[in-house]
Design a protein around this ligand. Structure first.
Ligand SMILES: [Zn+2]
Length: 267
């Protein structure tokens, strides 16, 4: 490989590795966060920093050389090297998503602070989506800092004018609170949690108010498609349960942040 092509490949390799490692950390946040933040009952799983990664089944600490994203999972054929318990496929999937987000952000923004910001945004949305799927919660411990980070990023001019970001945060929260309230009046029970409102506030803080209608629309369509396909493969989905809207909103929010500059400049 020539020096020139190495220099060209460099940012992609760095982004890919950073993304895989971020995905590895997201797995820790998804597994331990809801316990640490008191959202679900059960034995403590440690906090985000301590203890070192361990097998949930046999509690054996995992040596660092077995924590290589995706590679370790493949080499161990998806099982704990100590006790043989199957490792959920969510682990390599989240690692791959983490890597993919970093590559997409680099492709969209080049080696810039905007790319780094978009990657952080995408990683946080990933953690929220999986936590919402597994627990039904969108933790304040992630949504609230994500709102602040989005406003800060745009104060430094990363994506949209900061006034658009502030209006986006307020409009996102307001719109979803109103939709949630109407849902309650219609069905006599809670349909959308305020976690969804805070998530939409975060998306508005990052991408500005202009993307919000498209995000809600794409998010709703994606969520409906997921519910319909879950029904088609025979998974029971009760209409009495709150709808996990976090994954759909998260996907729509990330796509909108990546695609908006191109679409808006073409208008
Ligand atoms: Zn084990």
């Amino acid at each position: 490989m020539s020096l020139a092509s190495l220099a060209e490949a460099g940012p992609w390799i760095i982004a890919g590795i950073a993304g895989l490692l971020a995905g590895s950390f997201l797995n820790v946040a998804i597994y331990r966060g809801p316990h640490q933040w008191g959202l679900v009952d059960g034995e403590s799983r440690g906090d985000l920093a301590r203890p070192r990664s361990y097998c949930p089944a046999c509690k054996t600490p995992i040596p660092f050389w077995r924590l290589v994203p995706i590679v370790s999972f493949v080499l161990q054929q998806g099982r704990c090297a100590q006790c043989g318990t199957a490792i959920p496929v969510r682990y390599p999937v989240v690692e791959a998503i983490g890597g993919g987000i970093a590559i997409i952000a680099l492709a969209a923004f080049g080696p810039t602070p905007s790319a780094a910001g978009a990657a952080v945004f995408g990683w946080a949305l990933t953690a929220l989506a999986f936590i919402d799927l597994e627990t039904g919660f969108l933790p304040d411990a992630i949504t609230l800092p994500l709102i602040a980070l989005g406003l800060a990023a745009n104060a430094f001019g990363l994506f949209v004018p900061v006034t658009h970001a502030i209006i986006g945060a307020i409009a996102g929260y307001g719109a979803f609170s109103i939709i949630g309230w109407m849902f309650e009046q219609l069905r006599g029970k809670e349909g959308l949690g305020l976690g969804d409102a805070k998530l939409l506030a975060a998306i508005g803080a990052w991408g500005g108010w202009i993307i919000l209608p498209a995000v809600v629309f794409i998010g709703a369509v994606a969520t409906l498609l997921a519910i319909v396909s879950a029904k088609a493969i025979g998974k029971s989905t009760s209409m009495d349960q709150p709808i996990p809207f976090g994954p759909g909103l998260g996907i729509a929010g990330f796509v909108a942040l990546i695609a908006a500059p191109g679409i808006l400049s073409g208008l």
